[in-house]
Design a protein around this ligand. Structure first.
Ligand SMILES: [Zn+2]
Length: 417
Protein backbone atom coordinates (compact mmCIF):
# COMPACT_ATOMS: atom_id res chain seq x y z
CA UNK A 1 0.00 0.00 0.00
CA UNK A 2 1.72 3.16 -1.16
CA UNK A 3 1.28 6.87 -1.73
CA UNK A 4 0.99 8.37 -5.20
CA UNK A 5 -0.17 11.66 -6.65
CA UNK A 6 -1.63 11.37 -10.15
CA UNK A 7 -1.62 14.78 -11.79
CA UNK A 8 -3.70 16.12 -14.69
CA UNK A 9 -6.00 13.09 -14.98
CA UNK A 10 -8.78 13.25 -17.58
CA UNK A 11 -11.51 11.44 -15.62
CA UNK A 12 -14.65 12.63 -17.42
CA UNK A 13 -15.06 13.89 -20.97
CA UNK A 14 -15.93 17.58 -21.13
CA UNK A 15 -14.66 18.39 -17.64
CA UNK A 16 -11.35 19.83 -16.37
CA UNK A 17 -8.59 17.41 -15.42
CA UNK A 18 -8.19 16.38 -11.79
CA UNK A 19 -5.37 15.46 -9.45
CA UNK A 20 -5.84 12.18 -7.58
CA UNK A 21 -4.11 11.61 -4.25
CA UNK A 22 -3.62 8.02 -3.10
CA UNK A 23 -2.41 7.47 0.46
CA UNK A 24 -1.69 4.06 1.90
CA UNK A 25 -3.23 2.52 -1.20
CA UNK A 26 -6.55 4.37 -0.87
CA UNK A 27 -7.83 7.40 -2.81
CA UNK A 28 -8.07 10.26 -0.30
CA UNK A 29 -8.55 13.35 -2.47
CA UNK A 30 -9.69 14.17 -6.02
CA UNK A 31 -9.42 17.88 -6.75
CA UNK A 32 -8.61 20.31 -9.56
CA UNK A 33 -5.14 20.81 -8.13
CA UNK A 34 -3.53 19.19 -5.10
CA UNK A 35 -0.42 20.77 -3.61
CA UNK A 36 1.46 18.91 -0.90
CA UNK A 37 4.12 21.28 0.51
CA UNK A 38 4.43 19.05 3.58
CA UNK A 39 5.12 15.96 1.49
CA UNK A 40 7.47 17.02 -1.33
CA UNK A 41 8.85 13.51 -1.80
CA UNK A 42 5.54 11.82 -2.67
CA UNK A 43 5.84 9.97 -6.00
CA UNK A 44 4.08 11.82 -8.81
CA UNK A 45 2.60 10.30 -11.96
CA UNK A 46 1.84 12.99 -14.52
CA UNK A 47 -1.08 11.83 -16.67
CA UNK A 48 -0.49 14.80 -19.00
CA UNK A 49 -4.21 15.37 -19.63
CA UNK A 50 -4.67 11.76 -20.72
CA UNK A 51 -7.57 9.50 -19.79
CA UNK A 52 -7.46 7.89 -16.36
CA UNK A 53 -9.98 5.13 -15.61
CA UNK A 54 -10.37 2.78 -12.66
CA UNK A 55 -8.38 -0.46 -12.94
CA UNK A 56 -9.97 -2.68 -15.59
CA UNK A 57 -11.88 -5.80 -14.53
CA UNK A 58 -11.48 -9.07 -16.41
CA UNK A 59 -14.58 -10.79 -15.08
CA UNK A 60 -14.50 -14.07 -17.00
CA UNK A 61 -11.25 -15.70 -18.07
CA UNK A 62 -9.66 -19.19 -18.08
CA UNK A 63 -5.90 -18.76 -17.51
CA UNK A 64 -5.57 -22.44 -16.49
CA UNK A 65 -6.30 -23.63 -20.02
CA UNK A 66 -4.81 -20.70 -21.94
CA UNK A 67 -2.01 -21.02 -24.50
CA UNK A 68 -2.88 -24.56 -25.58
CA UNK A 69 -3.67 -23.74 -29.22
CA UNK A 70 -0.28 -24.87 -30.50
CA UNK A 71 -0.58 -28.21 -28.67
CA UNK A 72 -3.88 -29.23 -30.29
CA UNK A 73 -5.70 -26.80 -32.61
CA UNK A 74 -9.47 -27.02 -33.11
CA UNK A 75 -9.70 -28.23 -36.73
CA UNK A 76 -13.50 -28.19 -37.08
CA UNK A 77 -13.89 -24.98 -35.06
CA UNK A 78 -16.83 -26.44 -33.13
CA UNK A 79 -17.63 -26.34 -29.42
CA UNK A 80 -17.70 -30.15 -29.32
CA UNK A 81 -14.10 -30.38 -30.61
CA UNK A 82 -12.98 -27.57 -28.31
CA UNK A 83 -14.24 -29.47 -25.26
CA UNK A 84 -12.84 -32.78 -26.56
CA UNK A 85 -9.36 -31.42 -27.41
CA UNK A 86 -9.07 -29.50 -24.17
CA UNK A 87 -10.21 -32.56 -22.22
CA UNK A 88 -7.38 -34.61 -23.77
CA UNK A 89 -4.83 -31.91 -22.96
CA UNK A 90 -6.13 -31.50 -19.41
CA UNK A 91 -5.29 -35.14 -18.74
CA UNK A 92 -1.62 -34.21 -19.20
CA UNK A 93 -1.65 -31.09 -17.02
CA UNK A 94 0.78 -30.67 -14.15
CA UNK A 95 0.56 -27.95 -11.54
CA UNK A 96 3.74 -26.30 -12.88
CA UNK A 97 2.34 -26.31 -16.41
CA UNK A 98 -0.91 -24.68 -15.28
CA UNK A 99 0.94 -22.04 -13.27
CA UNK A 100 3.43 -21.24 -16.07
CA UNK A 101 0.74 -20.65 -18.70
CA UNK A 102 -1.65 -18.87 -16.36
CA UNK A 103 1.07 -16.57 -15.00
CA UNK A 104 1.94 -15.49 -18.54
CA UNK A 105 -1.68 -14.52 -19.18
CA UNK A 106 -1.95 -12.67 -15.86
CA UNK A 107 1.16 -10.66 -16.71
CA UNK A 108 -0.32 -9.76 -20.09
CA UNK A 109 -3.60 -8.75 -18.43
CA UNK A 110 -1.80 -6.57 -15.88
CA UNK A 111 0.21 -4.76 -18.55
CA UNK A 112 -3.03 -4.05 -20.44
CA UNK A 113 -4.66 -2.47 -17.39
CA UNK A 114 -6.44 -5.24 -15.49
CA UNK A 115 -6.32 -4.89 -11.71
CA UNK A 116 -9.19 -7.25 -10.79
CA UNK A 117 -9.70 -10.65 -12.41
CA UNK A 118 -12.19 -13.49 -11.95
CA UNK A 119 -10.69 -16.79 -13.14
CA UNK A 120 -12.83 -19.82 -13.99
CA UNK A 121 -10.53 -22.87 -13.71
CA UNK A 122 -11.95 -26.27 -14.64
CA UNK A 123 -12.82 -28.56 -11.74
CA UNK A 124 -13.52 -32.10 -12.90
CA UNK A 125 -12.29 -35.71 -12.59
CA UNK A 126 -9.83 -35.19 -15.50
CA UNK A 127 -7.54 -32.54 -14.03
CA UNK A 128 -9.22 -32.62 -10.62
CA UNK A 129 -8.19 -29.51 -8.65
CA UNK A 130 -5.02 -28.63 -10.61
CA UNK A 131 -6.62 -25.61 -12.30
CA UNK A 132 -8.11 -24.26 -9.09
CA UNK A 133 -4.93 -24.90 -7.09
CA UNK A 134 -2.86 -23.18 -9.79
CA UNK A 135 -5.08 -20.12 -9.71
CA UNK A 136 -5.18 -20.02 -5.91
CA UNK A 137 -1.36 -20.14 -5.89
CA UNK A 138 -1.23 -17.26 -8.37
CA UNK A 139 -3.86 -15.33 -6.42
CA UNK A 140 -1.30 -15.17 -3.65
CA UNK A 141 1.78 -14.45 -5.77
CA UNK A 142 -0.02 -11.72 -7.78
CA UNK A 143 -1.69 -10.13 -4.74
CA UNK A 144 0.23 -6.85 -5.12
CA UNK A 145 -0.61 -6.64 -8.83
CA UNK A 146 -4.24 -7.69 -9.10
CA UNK A 147 -7.12 -9.03 -7.02
CA UNK A 148 -7.92 -12.53 -8.25
CA UNK A 149 -11.21 -14.32 -7.56
CA UNK A 150 -11.32 -18.04 -8.30
CA UNK A 151 -14.49 -19.77 -9.49
CA UNK A 152 -14.97 -23.53 -9.12
CA UNK A 153 -16.10 -24.32 -12.68
CA UNK A 154 -17.51 -27.74 -13.69
CA UNK A 155 -16.76 -27.54 -17.43
CA UNK A 156 -17.45 -31.27 -17.95
CA UNK A 157 -20.88 -31.15 -16.28
CA UNK A 158 -21.80 -32.35 -12.79
CA UNK A 159 -24.22 -35.26 -13.28
CA UNK A 160 -22.58 -36.33 -16.52
CA UNK A 161 -19.20 -36.36 -14.80
CA UNK A 162 -19.47 -38.29 -11.49
CA UNK A 163 -17.20 -37.07 -8.72
CA UNK A 164 -17.38 -33.44 -9.87
CA UNK A 165 -19.74 -32.28 -7.13
CA UNK A 166 -17.36 -33.54 -4.43
CA UNK A 167 -14.45 -31.82 -6.21
CA UNK A 168 -16.42 -28.57 -6.33
CA UNK A 169 -16.97 -28.82 -2.57
CA UNK A 170 -13.25 -29.39 -2.06
CA UNK A 171 -12.37 -26.46 -4.33
CA UNK A 172 -14.64 -24.19 -2.29
CA UNK A 173 -13.04 -25.39 0.94
CA UNK A 174 -9.56 -24.74 -0.52
CA UNK A 175 -10.31 -21.09 -1.29
CA UNK A 176 -12.54 -20.67 -4.35
CA UNK A 177 -15.13 -18.00 -3.59
CA UNK A 178 -17.61 -18.37 -6.46
CA UNK A 179 -19.53 -21.43 -7.68
CA UNK A 180 -19.51 -21.90 -11.45
CA UNK A 181 -21.80 -23.96 -13.61
CA UNK A 182 -22.09 -25.42 -17.08
CA UNK A 183 -25.67 -26.70 -17.43
CA UNK A 184 -25.52 -27.11 -21.21
CA UNK A 185 -22.94 -29.87 -20.80
CA UNK A 186 -25.39 -32.41 -19.37
CA UNK A 187 -27.17 -35.31 -21.11
CA UNK A 188 -30.75 -34.03 -20.82
CA UNK A 189 -32.80 -30.96 -19.94
CA UNK A 190 -33.75 -32.59 -16.62
CA UNK A 191 -30.08 -33.02 -15.79
CA UNK A 192 -29.37 -29.41 -16.82
CA UNK A 193 -32.02 -28.19 -14.39
CA UNK A 194 -30.67 -30.43 -11.64
CA UNK A 195 -27.17 -29.09 -12.38
CA UNK A 196 -28.42 -25.54 -11.85
CA UNK A 197 -30.10 -26.51 -8.59
CA UNK A 198 -26.91 -28.16 -7.33
CA UNK A 199 -24.88 -25.04 -8.15
CA UNK A 200 -27.24 -22.83 -6.15
CA UNK A 201 -27.33 -25.30 -3.24
CA UNK A 202 -23.54 -25.31 -3.10
CA UNK A 203 -23.38 -21.52 -3.34
CA UNK A 204 -25.86 -21.21 -0.49
CA UNK A 205 -23.85 -23.58 1.71
CA UNK A 206 -20.67 -21.57 1.18
CA UNK A 207 -22.31 -18.13 1.11
CA UNK A 208 -20.83 -17.71 -2.36
CA UNK A 209 -21.88 -15.92 -5.54
CA UNK A 210 -22.84 -17.87 -8.70
CA UNK A 211 -21.23 -17.38 -12.11
CA UNK A 212 -22.35 -19.86 -14.76
CA UNK A 213 -21.62 -20.62 -18.38
CA UNK A 214 -25.19 -20.86 -19.54
CA UNK A 215 -25.31 -21.78 -23.15
CA UNK A 216 -23.34 -21.71 -26.25
CA UNK A 217 -25.32 -22.02 -29.42
CA UNK A 218 -26.95 -19.92 -32.09
CA UNK A 219 -30.50 -21.28 -32.08
CA UNK A 220 -33.13 -22.51 -29.61
CA UNK A 221 -33.56 -26.09 -30.86
CA UNK A 222 -31.98 -27.76 -27.84
CA UNK A 223 -33.62 -26.80 -24.51
CA UNK A 224 -30.36 -27.50 -22.60
CA UNK A 225 -29.08 -24.34 -24.22
CA UNK A 226 -32.05 -22.24 -23.11
CA UNK A 227 -31.95 -22.49 -19.35
CA UNK A 228 -31.79 -18.78 -18.54
CA UNK A 229 -35.47 -18.67 -17.55
CA UNK A 230 -34.90 -21.53 -15.10
CA UNK A 231 -31.90 -19.71 -13.62
CA UNK A 232 -33.93 -16.51 -13.21
CA UNK A 233 -36.59 -18.40 -11.24
CA UNK A 234 -34.05 -20.18 -9.03
CA UNK A 235 -32.11 -16.94 -8.45
CA UNK A 236 -35.22 -15.31 -7.05
CA UNK A 237 -36.24 -18.41 -5.08
CA UNK A 238 -32.81 -18.40 -3.37
CA UNK A 239 -32.84 -14.63 -2.83
CA UNK A 240 -29.66 -14.33 -4.91
CA UNK A 241 -30.61 -11.20 -6.85
CA UNK A 242 -27.45 -9.23 -7.62
CA UNK A 243 -25.17 -12.21 -6.90
CA UNK A 244 -25.54 -14.14 -10.15
CA UNK A 245 -23.62 -13.62 -13.39
CA UNK A 246 -24.16 -15.58 -16.58
CA UNK A 247 -21.52 -15.94 -19.28
CA UNK A 248 -22.04 -16.39 -23.03
CA UNK A 249 -25.89 -16.66 -23.07
CA UNK A 250 -25.59 -16.64 -26.84
CA UNK A 251 -28.97 -18.30 -27.39
CA UNK A 252 -30.60 -15.03 -26.38
CA UNK A 253 -29.28 -13.65 -29.66
CA UNK A 254 -31.59 -15.95 -31.60
CA UNK A 255 -34.88 -14.97 -29.92
CA UNK A 256 -37.12 -11.95 -30.45
CA UNK A 257 -36.22 -8.87 -28.36
CA UNK A 258 -39.68 -8.84 -26.74
CA UNK A 259 -39.25 -12.35 -25.32
CA UNK A 260 -40.21 -12.33 -21.61
CA UNK A 261 -36.82 -13.72 -20.56
CA UNK A 262 -35.20 -10.29 -20.89
CA UNK A 263 -37.49 -8.80 -18.25
CA UNK A 264 -36.93 -11.88 -16.08
CA UNK A 265 -33.15 -11.36 -16.23
CA UNK A 266 -33.60 -7.71 -15.22
CA UNK A 267 -35.95 -8.59 -12.35
CA UNK A 268 -33.58 -11.28 -11.07
CA UNK A 269 -30.72 -8.73 -11.00
CA UNK A 270 -28.54 -11.04 -13.09
CA UNK A 271 -25.47 -9.66 -14.88
CA UNK A 272 -24.75 -10.90 -18.39
CA UNK A 273 -21.12 -11.39 -19.38
CA UNK A 274 -20.73 -11.51 -23.13
CA UNK A 275 -17.59 -13.13 -24.51
CA UNK A 276 -17.42 -12.09 -28.16
CA UNK A 277 -14.03 -13.55 -29.10
CA UNK A 278 -15.11 -17.10 -28.27
CA UNK A 279 -18.72 -16.85 -29.33
CA UNK A 280 -17.92 -15.44 -32.76
CA UNK A 281 -15.36 -18.20 -33.32
CA UNK A 282 -17.52 -21.16 -32.27
CA UNK A 283 -21.01 -20.16 -33.35
CA UNK A 284 -22.47 -19.89 -36.85
CA UNK A 285 -20.53 -22.98 -37.87
CA UNK A 286 -23.44 -24.64 -39.66
CA UNK A 287 -24.15 -21.65 -41.85
CA UNK A 288 -22.70 -21.77 -45.36
CA UNK A 289 -23.53 -18.13 -46.11
CA UNK A 290 -25.01 -15.12 -44.32
CA UNK A 291 -23.25 -16.50 -41.26
CA UNK A 292 -24.91 -15.56 -37.99
CA UNK A 293 -22.93 -13.87 -35.23
CA UNK A 294 -24.04 -16.14 -32.39
CA UNK A 295 -23.46 -13.67 -29.57
CA UNK A 296 -25.56 -12.30 -26.72
CA UNK A 297 -27.77 -9.40 -27.95
CA UNK A 298 -26.00 -6.57 -26.12
CA UNK A 299 -28.28 -3.78 -27.36
CA UNK A 300 -31.45 -5.65 -26.36
CA UNK A 301 -30.02 -6.50 -22.95
CA UNK A 302 -29.08 -2.85 -22.34
CA UNK A 303 -32.52 -1.68 -23.43
CA UNK A 304 -34.03 -3.92 -20.76
CA UNK A 305 -31.87 -2.33 -18.07
CA UNK A 306 -29.70 -5.42 -17.62
CA UNK A 307 -26.14 -5.03 -16.35
CA UNK A 308 -23.98 -6.04 -19.33
CA UNK A 309 -20.28 -6.83 -19.08
CA UNK A 310 -17.79 -8.25 -21.55
CA UNK A 311 -14.62 -10.21 -20.99
CA UNK A 312 -11.89 -12.25 -22.73
CA UNK A 313 -12.90 -15.83 -21.78
CA UNK A 314 -10.21 -17.99 -23.41
CA UNK A 315 -6.79 -17.00 -24.65
CA UNK A 316 -5.31 -18.99 -27.52
CA UNK A 317 -6.84 -22.43 -27.14
CA UNK A 318 -9.38 -24.64 -28.90
CA UNK A 319 -12.24 -22.38 -27.79
CA UNK A 320 -10.59 -19.12 -28.90
CA UNK A 321 -7.45 -19.18 -31.05
CA UNK A 322 -6.70 -15.46 -30.59
CA UNK A 323 -6.34 -13.15 -27.62
CA UNK A 324 -3.82 -11.32 -25.48
CA UNK A 325 -5.92 -10.47 -22.42
CA UNK A 326 -6.42 -6.89 -23.64
CA UNK A 327 -9.92 -5.76 -22.67
CA UNK A 328 -9.67 -2.61 -24.75
CA UNK A 329 -8.96 -4.68 -27.85
CA UNK A 330 -11.92 -6.94 -26.99
CA UNK A 331 -14.01 -3.76 -26.70
CA UNK A 332 -13.22 -2.94 -30.33
CA UNK A 333 -14.55 -6.36 -31.33
CA UNK A 334 -17.58 -5.98 -29.08
CA UNK A 335 -18.47 -2.59 -30.55
CA UNK A 336 -18.13 -3.78 -34.14
CA UNK A 337 -20.27 -6.90 -33.80
CA UNK A 338 -22.98 -5.21 -31.73
CA UNK A 339 -23.43 -2.20 -34.02
CA UNK A 340 -22.17 0.19 -31.36
CA UNK A 341 -21.23 3.64 -32.66
CA UNK A 342 -19.23 6.44 -31.10
CA UNK A 343 -22.15 7.46 -28.85
CA UNK A 344 -21.72 4.13 -27.04
CA UNK A 345 -17.90 3.95 -26.86
CA UNK A 346 -17.95 5.38 -23.33
CA UNK A 347 -20.44 2.68 -22.40
CA UNK A 348 -18.03 0.04 -23.71
CA UNK A 349 -15.49 1.32 -21.17
CA UNK A 350 -18.16 1.19 -18.43
CA UNK A 351 -18.66 -2.49 -19.24
CA UNK A 352 -15.09 -3.36 -18.18
CA UNK A 353 -15.11 -1.00 -15.20
CA UNK A 354 -18.28 -0.05 -13.30
CA UNK A 355 -20.57 -2.67 -14.89
CA UNK A 356 -18.00 -5.39 -14.24
CA UNK A 357 -17.63 -4.21 -10.64
CA UNK A 358 -21.39 -4.61 -10.21
CA UNK A 359 -21.22 -8.10 -11.71
CA UNK A 360 -18.55 -9.05 -9.16
CA UNK A 361 -20.41 -7.43 -6.27
CA UNK A 362 -17.67 -4.82 -5.82
CA UNK A 363 -19.52 -1.59 -6.65
CA UNK A 364 -19.33 -0.19 -3.12
CA UNK A 365 -15.54 -0.28 -3.12
CA UNK A 366 -14.59 0.45 -6.72
CA UNK A 367 -13.93 3.45 -8.90
CA UNK A 368 -12.08 6.75 -8.95
CA UNK A 369 -13.76 7.95 -5.78
CA UNK A 370 -12.49 8.98 -2.36
CA UNK A 371 -12.32 5.94 -0.09
CA UNK A 372 -11.87 3.40 -2.90
CA UNK A 373 -8.65 1.44 -3.52
CA UNK A 374 -6.03 3.35 -5.52
CA UNK A 375 -6.40 1.28 -8.69
CA UNK A 376 -6.17 3.23 -11.94
CA UNK A 377 -4.98 3.05 -15.53
CA UNK A 378 -3.55 5.99 -17.44
CA UNK A 379 -4.30 5.49 -21.12
CA UNK A 380 -2.70 7.26 -24.08
CA UNK A 381 -5.98 8.82 -25.22
CA UNK A 382 -7.39 12.32 -24.79
CA UNK A 383 -11.05 11.35 -24.28
CA UNK A 384 -12.73 8.33 -22.71
CA UNK A 385 -15.05 8.02 -25.69
CA UNK A 386 -12.00 7.78 -27.98
CA UNK A 387 -10.24 4.93 -26.15
CA UNK A 388 -11.92 2.08 -28.03
CA UNK A 389 -11.15 3.71 -31.39
CA UNK A 390 -7.64 4.83 -30.39
CA UNK A 391 -6.53 1.44 -28.99
CA UNK A 392 -3.80 3.26 -27.04
CA UNK A 393 -0.62 1.26 -26.57
CA UNK A 394 0.74 3.51 -23.82
CA UNK A 395 -0.68 2.42 -20.49
CA UNK A 396 0.41 2.97 -16.91
CA UNK A 397 -1.23 0.66 -14.41
CA UNK A 398 -1.58 1.54 -10.73
CA UNK A 399 -2.60 -1.00 -8.08
CA UNK A 400 -3.19 0.19 -4.52
CA UNK A 401 -1.16 3.32 -5.21
CA UNK A 402 1.82 1.51 -6.73
CA UNK A 403 2.78 1.64 -10.41
CA UNK A 404 2.81 -2.05 -11.40
CA UNK A 405 3.23 -1.74 -15.15
CA UNK A 406 4.21 0.95 -17.60
CA UNK A 407 4.17 0.53 -21.38
CA UNK A 408 5.96 3.24 -23.36
CA UNK A 409 6.00 3.46 -27.13
CA UNK A 410 8.46 5.17 -29.41
CA UNK A 411 7.61 5.57 -33.05
CA UNK A 412 10.20 6.55 -35.63
CA UNK A 413 8.56 7.66 -38.83
CA UNK A 414 10.42 8.64 -41.95
CA UNK A 415 8.42 10.50 -44.57
CA UNK A 416 8.76 9.22 -48.08
CA UNK A 417 10.44 11.72 -50.39
ZN1 LIG B 1 -15.74 -19.27 -20.05
Amino acid sequence: MEDLLIRRAHIRDGEPTQDILIENGVITRIENQIDLPDNPSIPVLDAKDCVVVPGLIESHIHPDKALLESRKPNVSGTLAEAIRNTGELKAQFTLDDVIDRAATVLQWASAKGTTILRAHPDVDPISKLLGAQGMLTLKESFRDIMDIEVVAFPQEGIIKSPGTYELLEEAMREGCTVVGGCPYNEASMDDSVRHIEMVFELAERFGAAVDMHVDFTDDTKDPRYMTTEVICEITQAHGMQGRVSLGHVTTLGSIEPDHPVFDQIAQAGISIVTLPATDLYLNGRRDTHNIRRGIAPVQTLLQHGINVVYSSNNIRNAFTPLGNADLILSGYLLAEVNHMGSAQFGLVMDMITTHAAQSLGRSANYGLRVGCPGDAVVLGSGRISDVIADQPLERTVVKNGRIVSQTMVRTESRALS
